[in-house]
Design a protein. Sequence first.
Length: 365
Amino acid sequence: MQSLKQFEKLSAVPFGISSNTVDQHAQFAQNHDLTLPLLADPGLEMISQYVGSKRFGNFSMAASRQSFLIDHQGVLRKVYNPVNIFTHVDEVLSDLQTLTEVIDQIGSLQRRQREMQDSITAARRIQQSLLPDLTKFNKDAGQISILFEPMERIGGDCYWVQSNETHTWLGLFDCTGHGVPGAFITMVLLSGLQRLGVKSSHMSPAYLLDQLDQYLREIFEAEKDKFASSGAEGVLVCLDHQQNMLKVASARRPIWVQHQGGVIEEIRPQRRILGQSSKLQQWDEHTLILGAGSRLYLFSDGIPDEGNEEGFSFGKHRLKAILQHLEQFPLDVLIDEIGSALQSWKGRAHQRDDQTLIAWEIPKN
């Protein structure tokens, strides 16, 4: 009786089962003053699932007296064979205590994991709310399509768009880190861009990049413990719709311009990181006149750096070759093909980094 109470404290239910009949069990329990539940399995339907048993004519013979410890999910945790009748109860209670503690620890970890996932889900919603809706992209500026694949549910890549009747500004940024740390910096950066904004059509990418650089540097300096070694690579461009004039300023991220005929020109960036650069140094700005139908490609380093199972990188040369091959294809087809090529290259390897590619086609008329 005392032992049964100990099992109850551990939320466990001990019971016996044999090939005897219900009447035989009742007689056995009465003879031994037994309160333990006894189950009759004369057909060996349950016993045969746990013990190798054989039936000879009207008699059944179990292989041996055994005990089984089964958890709350029906998982068999331990088999006791042979059973020592003098120490068996204490042994099972000790194992139950250990199993209960392990289950409690697993439950605690699962709750913490759910809480973490809920936090990540909330962070993802916030990050997505800060990203622009590209379906509202100014049609006078042409067409745009994007590949956006964070390494985890949230990541350190982000993009930004702002338009008026005559100009469109576009930015792509690759913040230090990925997952939650990287996503947090993207939120700071995008909030900064929303705060700074484009005040007039004459605001140049270099000026806006300088303002963003100062904004990030002030925040990172004020919160050194949180933002040690934090920063962002990025590129900002501005297109004058009427003249097809493109202005570019960039921090460690190149921009590719594909002219008619498929030739891709690379505008090299300055080797500086946003939020870490010198206050005295000016940001360079490049100006180009684009032909009708020209395409722009902005991409994070997660695209060329994607690795395969052998450890080799996808590479800029492979990306450039695909873009040149698909020059005449619509942008959405091009983006799908790039995504498929990356997946095929990666194979069973894990994605190395967040991946973003923005393709922008200048109007052809």
